[in-house]
Design a protein around this ligand. Structure first.
Ligand code: A3D
Length: 319
């Protein structure tokens, strides 16, 4: 049986990390594509040369021509610019909306049957733009943000409780931005919801509120440390979890920016919601019960994303 072909559009910090992880997990052969000449070729060769040491089999190709992604089973898109200190994700829209047009066209022409994961920011608007430009079915184009935001939430909870990260599940809804909605009621330590852990004296409501806010600001915290770019190890690991769910038909239930049509009161809109990923891409958006406060926070987040999608619409070349 032929190996899977995984195309990485954008061979920067996240693209390179994705390429490395794909080899280590033997998920398939990798094509790195970038407009920067030499970058995808250099990173591809460097990672390929690590495979004999790791004892894994994967082929690596670097390219500056879209024909290289022909027939890819999965495409992970990180092309564009990341933010620098002082910038919000939304400041990237002007550059990245145009990049999504070009990338979408490349996917449409070369691998229209692929499962496409968008990582480029501002995420919820860029996954919309990428879907529009590629013309792929909505269930085959999805955005990565919720897995990362939940992972950050889980890490901070692990620090607070001194419990293995393995036993902590967390749920984050809404857009990937300052309005994201970490859901404490649906986040647990080995099945015990966070509000119960407050009652049990494991933490205080005040500390929990601080952790929720740190989760919302998780990306900015890393940008402030790095100064020259944004997070890339955890974002790459998160996208790999989604790609693996598709390639292995795992039916994982993960928070992703998925197309919502007739769920959560939305009629055709990309935003972060829990969804099942399997061999058909996004197979189901799971509508969970939200209380009034959670509904208001989710709506606030949806409104913020709506503004960004409108801005992206104006920036996308017509036709
Ligand atoms: P970076 O290391 O700058 O890599 C981006 C790459 O895209 C560079 O190698 C560029 O040469 C390349 N590029 C630019 N324009 C094009 C184009 N038209 N076609 C192909 N390649 C192009 O950035 P990064 O890897 O750190 O981040 C990539 C994106 O992910 C940024 O937009 C970040 O803001 C975003 N990001 C999202 C999350 C989420 O959780 C959603 C987290 C972290 C970063």
């Amino acid at each position: 049986m032929a190996r899977n072909k995984i195309a990485l559009v954008g061979a920067g910090n996240i693209g390179g990390t994705l390429a490395h992880l794909i080899g280590l997990k033997e998920l398939g052969d990798v094509v790195l594509f970038d407009i920067a000449e030499g970058t995808p070729q250099g990173k591809g060769l460097d990672i390929a040369e690590s495979t004999p040491v790791e004892g894994v089999d994967a082929e690596y190709t670097g390219a500056n021509d879209y024909s290289a992604i022909k027939g890819a089973d999965v495409v992970i898109v990180t092309a564009g610019v990341p933010r620098k200190p002082g910038m919000s994700r939304d400041d990237l829209i002007e550059t990245n909306a145009k990049v999504m047009s070009a990338v979408g066209k490349g996917i449409k022409e070369n691998c229209p049957d692929a499962f496409v994961i968008c990582i480029t920011n501002p995420l919820d608007a860029m996954v919309w733009a990428l879907r529009e430009a590629s013309g792929l079915p909505h269930n085959k184009v999805v955005g990565m943000a919720g897995v990362l935001d939940s992972a950050r939430f889980r890490w901070f909870l692990h620090e607070e409780f001194n419990v293995s990260v393995q036993d902590i599940t967390a749920f984050v809804l809404g857009g990937h931005g300052d309005t994201m909605v970490p859901l404490t009621r649906y986040s647990t330590v080995a099945g015990i919801p966070l509000p119960d852990l407050v009652k049990m004296g494991w933490t205080t409501q005040e500390k929990l509120d601080q952790i929720v806010q740190r989760t919302r600001d998780g990306g900015a915290e890393i940008v402030a440390h790095l100064k020259t770019g944004s997070a890339f190890y955890a974002p790459a690991a998160s996208a790999i979890e989604m790609a693996e769910a598709y390639l292995k038909d795992k039916k994982r239930l993960l928070p992703c920016a998925a197309w919502c049509d007739g769920v959560y009161g939305l009629d055709g809109f990309y935003v972060g919601v829990p969804c099942i990923i399997g061999e058909n891409g996004v197979e189901k958006v799971v509508e969970i019960d939200l209380n009034d406060e959670e509904k208001a926070m989710f709506q606030n987040s949806v409104n913020a994303v709506k503004g960004l999608v409108e801005a992206a619409k104006k920036l996308m070349p017509q036709g």
